[in-house]
Design a protein. Structure first.
Length: 122
């Protein structure tokens, strides 16, 4: 997954146990938990920059097909859209909150001005 993130391109390992660049400690930990042999990782992009990775593995040594790689790229694109939607929703909530506070202040100011306006002059 790190390779896909850093290189900003898919990383396809037919057999993680024979890949000389695959970290031995990672193999030890992941093999004890997941036991996968083939692995595919695809970066998730935002504004042409990798911001995350989606990956999948299989327990048998079997390369992923072009169609499977493309499907994972589509999932990564959908994840990017979902992340952007969450970001935009957060911005919208923040703006709504700010507008609500501004409206409360304007309402309070209007109430004070109305009291001042209705008071007998000195």
């Amino acid at each position: 997954m790190g390779r896909a993130f850093v290189d900003a391109q898919p990383a396809h390992l037919t057999d993680v146990l024979t890949d000389r660049d695959y970290d031995p400690r990672t193999i030890e930990v992941l093999q004890s938990v997941a036991g996968y042999r083939s692995f595919l990782a695809v970066p998730i992009f935002r504004q042409h920059r990798a911001v995350g990775v989606i990956g999948c593995g299989r327990r048998e040594v079997k390369p992923f097909t072009a169609a499977q790689i493309e499907l994972l790229r589509i999932f990564a694109d959908q994840a990017a859209i979902a992340l952007e939607n969450v970001r935009l929703f957060g911005e919208l909530e923040s703006r709504d909150r700010d507008l609500g506070e501004a409206l409360e202040q304007q309402t309070a100011t209007a109430a004070v001005l109305q009291v001042i306006n209705s008071s007998p002059g000195i």
